[in-house]
Design a protein around this ligand. Structure first.
Ligand SMILES: [Zn+2]
Length: 46
């Protein structure tokens, strides 16, 4: 019998925010990123 719900673990984590614009980041495989896709693509252009 499982008493621990894996989803409950994720709900306890604080939401990640982009260090540039403060947008909440949906965590994916690249969870080491501290910025959202928009800010990352902006940096690419420079
Ligand atoms: Zn951003």
């Amino acid at each position: 019998m499982q008493t621990k719900n894996p989803l409950e673990f994720f709900r306890t984590l604080p939401p990640k925010q982009c260090t540039e614009c403060g947008t909440h980041i949906i965590e994916q495989a690249e969870s080491y990123l501290l910025e959202c896709d928009r800010c990352l693509s902006k940096k690419d252009e420079y």
